[in-house]
Design a binder for this molecule. Structure first.
Ligand code: KG4
Ligand code: ZN
Length: 367
């Protein structure tokens, strides 16, 4: 079947067509219009500006997705749209557009939780993702993740360990008590004057200067909050505050490129240490067949590699699954894929034809 996926929960306007059946899940088009340039002036996403930009771009983005896939509206069997969580003005553009199209084109419509989308980015089964993942040092990639699956979700708004015993079944076994990991990256980038979005900027500097001598020169040691706690919860605001205090002690350091490098390196290492420690402990307790990485921070190369190595060392019988880089950050192919699995499980498909009326955007939608 052919599915149109639509995503507007934050600062990317995205539309995608996928073709899915029991064997293959192939992305036919994946169009993402980013608003980074618009929001970087403000140091973060401004909800009303985001909505205005989504409104301007949503129809051209959908049209391009159809053209790239060489399909037209008659070919579409299902529309899947992110209906939460996220910024409500932004979500409303995607859901309203999806509802209007579902009504005029007479298509069934499914609302998808944004994090469910990130998780299902790992279920795309096309050759391209298999090839581009293989260039990295990642052991045990399995194109068909096996259940039970332990998901490490790391995005700008979420940090969670989720146990999936089967498709669409989620048990949150731990989560952040304050900042999400992507949020911490963004805040640290702001403190260090590295702009928005901060994650890629911090990661780039940390990876460029990964020589121990630079870190030693400044003797920066950041905390690893809750690393020793017996539960699977996280806390990242303390690491960010430690960066802030260190910088405040000597503002001159902000002019020193080596200091910034050392700080980025130690921050990234501290965050990854905590994430991996908790994920491995959870794997030892719950014994999943697969550990899966999801969310925008899964684009972090060090995290992808280090988690893979930690799995091989500590729980060697567990498979490891990461999304292709182009499906790590916000996109709509992942929403369409989640839509496919929800469609398959749905026993009352007629109901979905009425969703153009009843679907609602919910800024704090629960998984
Ligand atoms: O999933 P996502 O695209 O949007 C949300 O659902 O929040 O994640 C965005 C987050 C941002 O905080 C961004 O700074 C972070 O992911 N991020 C990264 C990297 N690329 C994006 N963090 C660390 N390293 C990266 N390479
Ligand atoms: Zn996201």
């Amino acid at each position: 079947m052919i599915i149109l996926g639509i995503e507007t929960s934050c600062d990317e306007t995205a539309a995608s067509l996928i073709e899915a059946d029991d064997k293959n899940i192939i992305v036919l088009s994946n169009i993402v219009s980013s608003q980074i340039a618009l929001h970087s002036k403000w140091g973060g996403v401004v909800p009303n500006l985001a909505a205005r930009e989504h409104l301007k771009n949503i129809l051209p983005v959908i049209e391009t997705a159809l053209e790239k896939a060489e399909k037209n509206s008659a070919d579409i069997d299902l529309i899947a749209v992110t209906n939460g969580p996220g910024l409500i003005p932004a979500l409303l553009i995607g859901t309203t557009t999806a509802k209007a199209l579902a009504y005029f084109w007479k298509k069934p419509l499914i609302g998808i939780h944004h994090i469910e989308g990130h998780i299902y980015a790992n279920f795309i089964r096309d050759e391209i993702s298999a090839i581009s993942n293989s260039q990295f040092l990642i052991p045990k990639q399995n194109p068909n993740p096996k259940f039970p699956i332990l998901c490490l979700v790391v995005s700008g708004g979420h940090t969670q360990l989720i146990l999936m015993r089967e498709h669409l079944d989620y048990e949150i076994i731990g989560e952040t008590l304050d900042d999400a990991v992507g949020e911490a990256f963004d805040k640290v980038a702001r403190i260090l004057g590295l702009g928005y979005p901060g994650g890629p900027a911090v990661a780039k500097i940390a990876d460029e200067f990964s020589s121990a001598t630079i870190a030693d020169e400044f003797k920066i040691t950041l905390p690893r909050p809750m690393i020793k706690s017996a539960n699977f919860d996280f806390s990242f605001s303390g690491i960010k505050t430690a960066v802030l205090y260190a910088v405040k002690k000597n503002q001159e350091n902000l002019k020193n490129k080596n200091y910034i490098s050392a700080m980025c390196q130690e921050f990234q290492t501290a965050v990854i240490d905590v994430l991996i420690h908790k994920a491995i402990n959870a794997a030892k307790k719950y014994q999943p067949k697969t550990i899966l990485l999801a969310g925008g921070v899964s684009a972090n190369q060090k995290l992808r590699e280090q988690l893979g190595l930690a799995i091989e060392k500590n729980v060697p019988n567990t498979n490891y699954k990461i999304p292709d880089i182009k499906y790590s950050l916000d996109n709509s192919a992942m929403i369409a894929v989640a839509g496919y699995f929800r469609w398959k499980k749905n026993k009352n498909k007629k109901e979905l034809e009425k969703n153009w009326q009843s679907l609602e955007a919910d800024a704090s939608l629960k998984l």
